[in-house]
Design a protein around this ligand. Structure first.
Ligand code: BES
Ligand code: ZN
Ligand code: ZN
Length: 540
C-alpha cells in the first residue's frame, strides 16, 4: 500500500515533498517514513531499543496457596525458580477472570512479566450465550495484557498460547490495532512486536502455524476496521478500489468497473443512489480461485462510502459514523485478504457496489421510480434506504455466476441496531443448512450472529406500491430490518442465501473487550471461519 492511494494528489504530494526537502535540505527518507505511517505501514527501526516482555496465562483458582498456570506459564515459572508463583501468592486475593498482575525483575530476559487470568479451566461452548467462553476469555485476557505492556513502553512481547494459540493470536493482534495514521507521530500508539511463546511446546511448528492463522484472521478484520474508520473524503469509491487492488492484487483478480459499465449492465437501482454525488461510482468484482470450480461462493458488500441519507437527509448529530456505511464492503475485502493469505482451497467471487449517497440537484427524489438490473421497478420513497438499492443490482449480477452460496453483508438498517444492538449481526436466510454453518463459524470466532425472519408478512409491506413493482420502504418503522431483507429477497433466486445486517455491530463502544473503541470490522472473522468450514467440503 502506498500513500498515493490515500490522497487525491498522491504522486503530486510525493514530488512536492521531494522538492521541499531539497530546498530545506531535509532528509527525504524521514519525510517518506512519515507518509508511510499515514498509510498504516509500521516499520521497526533497527536502531530501536527493544524492551522485552512476557504474557503468561493462569486459570481462575480459589486456592490461596497454589497457582493454576497454563502449561507454558508453568515452564516459565520453573525457569524463574518459582519466583512468579511466589510473587503471585504474596497477596491474598486470587486472580479473577480478566484481571492481571504485572511483575518486574523476575526473569533476566524480560523487563516485565504480565500474568493474566483466562477464566476457569475447561470452559467451552455456552449454549445460551452461543459462544465458546474459553476462547473469548483468552482473547480478552491477552488483549488486556498486551495493551498494558504497551502502556509500560514494552515493545517486544512474547505471548502465552494459553491452550488455544489461534485465539491468543487473534486477541493480541486485534487489541493492538489503532487507526492513528492521520495524527502527529507523538500522538500515535507505539509499534509493538508480538510473538508466540513456543519454546516449551512439544510441537513448535504446529503452534507457529496456528499462531499465524490467528494473526491472519485478525489481519483481515483489521483491514476491515481501517477501511471503515477512514474518513470519507479520503476513502472515496475510487480510493476504496485502489486500496483493495493494492491489498489483494497478488492473490486475487480485481476488476474495477466504472459507471459506463454499470449503465451497460442496466444497474439503474445502483446508479440512482450514486447520481447525487460528484464522486464516480465503482463496481468491484474480485475473484479468488483457491480451487477449480464452476460454482463459487459469492460475497456481496454494501459500499456506501458516505451516507448522508440523500434528499431524505439524516439528522446531523452522529452523521460522521456514516463513513462506516461501507462496512459490508470492508468486511468482504477483509475476508478475502485472510482467505487468500490462508490459501484456502475454495473459489470465491466478490461483488462490491461503491458510491456516495448525497443530496444535490442531480440526486434521486422521493417518489422517483428506478429500474433494477432484473427489470423490476422500484419507487424510491426514502432516499436514505439506499443500501438495498445498490445491493439489489449487485445481488442480481452475482446470480449470473452460478454461485453455490450468496452471502451479503450490509450496514443496512438502524432497526437491526434497535433489535440486537452490538450483541450479534442479524442474519436472514432461506437455508437452514447455511444458517447452521454460519452459527458454527460464529461460535469459533466469538463474533455472534442471530437469525431473523424472512416471512411473506414483510414482503407484503414492500410490494404494496403505488407506482412500481416494489417500494424501497415498508411504510411504517415496524420490523424495519425485516422489510429491508424482504426487499433484497426480491433480487435473489439462489437457494443458499445469507443476508447479514451488520449496522448494529458496525462500531464498538467497549462491548467487545479485545476490540477497543471505533469501527469494529465485525463480522469479518465469522465469515472467514465460514469459508474455512466450507472449503473443507469439496463442492465449492
Ligand atoms: N446506513 C443506514 C443504516 C445504518 C444506521 C447503518 C445506523 C449504521 C448505523 C441506512 O442506509 C439507512 O439509513 N437506513 C434507514 C432505512 C429507513 C429509511 C427505512 C434506517 O435504518 O433508518
Ligand atoms: Zn441510508
Ligand atoms: Zn446506508
Amino acid at each position: 500500500m502506498s500513500f498515493r492511494f490515500y490522497f487525491h494528489f498522491g504522486s503530486m504530494a510525493a514530488s512536492i515533498v521531494k522538492r521541499v526537502s531539497r530546498v530545506k535540505k531535509l532528509n527525504v527518507s524521514h519525510i517518506s517514513a512519515r507518509y508511510k505511517l499515514l498509510t498504516g505501514f509500521r516499520h521497526f527501526s533497527t536502531s530501536k531499543q527493544w524492551n522485552k516482555a512476557l504474557v503468561l496465562g493462569v486459570y481462575e483458582n480459589e486456592s490461596t496457596d497454589s497457582i493454576d498456570f497454563t502449561g507454558t506459564a508453568r515452564k516459565f515459572d520453573e525457569k524463574a525458580d518459582g519466583k512468579i508463583s511466589q510473587l503471585l501468592l504474596t497477596v491474598k486475593k486470587p486472580l479473577k477472570c480478566g484481571k492481571t498482575r504485572t511483575l518486574h525483575a523476575v526473569d533476566p530476559e524480560f523487563s516485565s512479566v504480565l500474568v493474566t487470568c483466562i477464566g476457569k479451566r475447561g470452559e467451552g461452548y455456552d449454549e445460551l450465550e452461543t459462544v465458546d467462553k474459553g476462547r473469548e476469555s483468552i482473547r480478552a485476557a491477552v488483549a488486556k495484557a498486551v495493551l498494558q505492556l504497551r502502556e509500560l513502553g514494552e515493545n517486544e512481547i512474547e505471548v502465552d498460547s494459553c491452550g488455544d494459540t489461534e485465539a491468543s493470536a487473534e486477541g493480541c493482534h486485534l487489541a493492538l490495532f489503532s487507526y492513528d495514521d492521520l495524527k502527529a507521530e507523538k500522538s500515535r500508539k507505539p509499534a509493538v512486536r508480538i510473538s508466540c511463546a513456543t519454546r516449551y511446546s512439544q510441537d513448535k511448528n504446529s503452534m507457529e502455524k496456528e499462531w499465524r492463522k490467528g494473526a491472519i484472521l485478525a489481519e483481515g478484520q483489521n483491514l476491515s476496521r481501517r477501511l471503515m474508520e477512514m474518513p470519507a473524503n479520503l476513502l472515496t469509491p475510487t480510493k476504496f478500489a485502489e486500496i483493495v487492488k493494492e491489498q489483494l492484487a497478488d492473490k486475487c483478480e480485481v476488476l474495477v468497473r466504472d459507471k459506463d459499465w454499470a449503465e451497460s449492465m442496466k444497474m439503474g437501482s445502483f446508479l440512482s443512489v450514486a447520481r447525487g454525488s460528484v464522486e464516480p461510482p465503482v463496481f468491484l468484482e474480485i475473484e479468488y480461485k483457491g480451487r477449480q470450480s464452476d460454482s463459487p461462493l459469492a460475497l456481496v458488500g454494501k459500499g456506501v462510502t458516505f451516507d448522508t441519507g440523500g434528499i431524505s437527509i439524516k439528522p446531523s448529530q452522529g452523521m460522521d459514523a456514516m463513513r462506516g456505511d461501507m462496512g459490508g464492503a470492508a468486511c468482504v475485502a477483509g475476508s478475502l485478504l485472510s482467505v487468500s493469505k490462508l490459501q484456502l482451497p475454495v473459489h470465491v467471487k466478490a461483488f462490491i457496489p461503491l458510491c456516495e449517497n448525497m443530496p444535490s440537484g442531480s440526486a434521486t427524489k422521493p417518489g422517483d421510480v428506478v429500474t433494477a438490473m432484473n427489470g423490476k421497478t422500484i419507487q424510491v420513497d426514502n432516499t436514505d434506504a439506499e443500501g438495498r438499492l445498490i445491493l439489489a443490482d449487485a445481488l442480481c449480477y452475482s446470480e449470473q455466476f452460478n454461485p453455490s452460496l450468496i452471502l451479503d453483508m450490509a450496514t443496512l438498517t438502524g432497526a437491526i441496531d434497535v433489535a440486537l444492538g452490538a450483541g450479534a449481526a442479524g442474519v436472514f436466510t432461506n437455508s437452514e443448512n447455511m444458517w447452521n454453518k454460519l452459527q458454527k463459524a460464529s461460535v469459533r470466532s466469538g463474533d455472534r450472529v442471530w437469525r431473523m425472519p424472512l416471512f411473506n408478512h414483510y414482503t407484503k409491506k414492500i410490494t404494496e406500491c403505488q407506482l412500481a413493482d416494489l417500494n424501497n420502504i415498508g411504510g411504517s418503522r415496524s420490523g424495519g430490518a425485516c422489510t429491508a431483507a424482504a426487499f433484497l429477497k426480491e433480487f435473489v433466486n439462489n437457494k443458499n442465501w445469507l443476508h447479514l445486517d451488520i449496522a448494529g455491530v458496525m462500531s464498538n463502544s467497549g462491548d467487545v473487550a479485545y476490540l477497543g473503541k471505533g469501527m469494529s470490522g465485525r463480522p469479518t472473522r465469522t465469515v472467514i471461519e465460514l469459508i474455512n468450514l466450507m472449503s473443507k467440503e469439496t463442492k465449492n
